[in-house]
Write a protein that binds this ligand. Sequence first.
Ligand SMILES: Cc1cc2nc3c(=O)[nH]c(=O)nc-3n(C[C@H](O)[C@H](O)[C@H](O)COP(=O)(O)O)c2cc1C
Length: 352
Amino acid sequence: MTTIGQRKADHLALCATDEVAFKNKSTLLEQVRFIHDALPDLDADALDLSAQVLGKTLRAPIVIAAMTGGTEEAARVNRELSSIAEERGYGFGLGSQRAMHVRAESTPTYAVREGAPTTLILGNIGVVQAREMKTEDVLALVRGVGADALCIHLNPAMELVQPGGDRDFRGGLDTIRRLVQELPVPVIVKETGCGLSSHVGKRLVEAGVRHVDTSGAGGTSWVAVETKRAEAASDMTARALGEAFWDWGIPTGASVGVLAPLGFDTVIATGGIMTGLDVARAIALGAHAAGIARPALKALVAGGRAGAVRFFESVEDELRAVMLLTGSSNVAALRKAPRIVGSELRAWLEHA
Ligand SMILES: Cc1cc2nc3c(=O)[nH]c(=O)nc-3n(C[C@H](O)[C@H](O)[C@H](O)COP(=O)(O)O)c2cc1C
């Protein structure tokens, strides 16, 4: 297996466990407490969960967030989860297409369009890789999988811990500006578990970015993933660095809350979304949809396709319950639902 292939295999194996969760930092979504409505004038079975995201209508405000590609196992994960997205009306994110760029023969492992003809499909590439690529080569990745939009991921914390990872992040914003200007499809700027601050959000707005994915702290720690890999490779220096930065990042709730007022067309709240209540809280803070990565993978690995479907059914059931119990007939109403916000989240919202 190639180096990229081995890394992808390690990622899937580690992320099927809880060993790579944040240790002492949460999403802070739990600090959003909805006010109960004892007299909802609503039918639980007639609530409208739909959301408009990037020009498509999702049946529920859920995106299966970027995970994988490049290996046979990745191909299976992509096929299963994208078919669930098609069936249930969610968005679906492919993992980094770097492998596809360097090895064209790995393209079929990303080929989900045939099995998900109407799904909102998001392509994916790292900003550091994109910096070295011509726009037409980036577009070839998007076209090669029939994606509706491209996620450009930012992951400096993970790269610093990864032995042999990137260390020079200069030119990131210029790369994003170029791709926003030159690509004929929407660009989503996405973190990978450390969140986007309001300062970064404002720089993205100035660069013309209209769509963001928080991928904040509190769910999967990518520093943890690389720390575990360093440990397995007996690289004690990388491991020590990783242990120190395991919980680094802006909690998802805070990231959503500071990005929402900046006027993006799309804010996807990813990072530690595990339940329908989490989805509801993220929407109340201003997200248009919530992204779920590792919990979806875990459900698939533990219970097969049926297990993953059961997981998503429970997320939707819980979201529906919150909507009814806050008197919200649709997602726009849920965004305004009365709530109390805890002091730690308020502090982050003020300063992040
Ligand atoms: C197995 C796995 C692989 C991932 N690979 C990518 C990737 O290639 N590109 C990317 O933008 N994010 C990637 N992510 C990050 C997720 O999209 C997400 O931002 C992060 O895991 C936080 O969400 P979670 O707490 O729901 O896992 C990956 C996540 C997992 C679990």
